[in-house]
Design a binder for this molecule. Structure first.
Ligand code: GRF
Length: 194
């Protein structure tokens, strides 16, 4: 938790790989009148990520980093984040796993959204696995990132009821809607004194 002086806002970098609906949602949240959050950059490992369009739309710096050499990629990112004075990383559909060393450098300051009720259904293809197991509920989780995939401390979760007619696509859609609600709430929860 950081104490703020004066009008300082928390400087956030959002990491994406795809559509970027969570990114867009976080940008809109950060632009609200009394917001204490500022999204200073968007980082993507994927040059074709649709979410990169929000860089232009909202005039936010973007950085595309290829992960062919993950070590080098992380070095470049760390250099950039330091230069930009980024305080918090929000992973939002970022499909690369960050190394132990990287996570250490940002200890306690990386959060992620995962489309399941962690600790259940870590990893990929969550919705289909949930349906295959005939679960009655699924949901989403905002959690701190550690070097173990989808395993850091949970900040917020939202449960979603699965209906008989749900398939992986409809469930993903329902859950994404909830992700957009709890991600901003989680930000306010980790900085309660803002
Ligand atoms: C979300 O469902 C998130 O939980 C998962 O990837 C998806 C990203 O969606 N990690 P978007 O790119 O934010 O639209």
């Amino acid at each position: 938790m950081k104490k703020l002086n004066g009008n300082k806002k928390i400087n956030i970098s959002v990491f994406i790989s795809g559509k970027g609906s969570n990114l867009k949602n976080l940008i809109e949240f950060s632009k609200r009148k009394k917001s204490k959050f500022f999204i200073s950059s968007i980082i993507s490992n994927n040059p074709k990520a649709i979410g990169l369009k929000y860089s232009k739309k909202f005039k936010i710096k973007k950085k595309i980093i290829n992960f062919i050499n993950p070590n080098l990629a992380e070095k470049k990112i760390l250099f950039f984040l330091k230069k930009e004075k980024v305080e918090l990383i929000c992973l939002a559909g970022f499909m690369k796993i960050l190394s132990k060393n990287f996570v250490k450098k940002f200890k306690g300051n990386i959060i992620n959204v995962h489309p399941s009720l962690l600790p259940k259904y870590k990893g990929l293809n969550t919705h289909q696995r949930v349906l295959n197991n005939n679960e009655k509920y699924s949901g989403c989780t905002i959690h701190f990132v550690t070097s173990v995939l989808d395993s850091g401390k949970i900040i917020l979760q939202k449960r979603v009821k699965i209906s008989k007619n749900d398939n992986a696509v409809s469930l993903a859609k329902k859950i994404l809607k909830q992700e957009h609600i709890i991600y901003p709430k989680a930000l306010m929860r980790i900085y309660p004194n803002l």
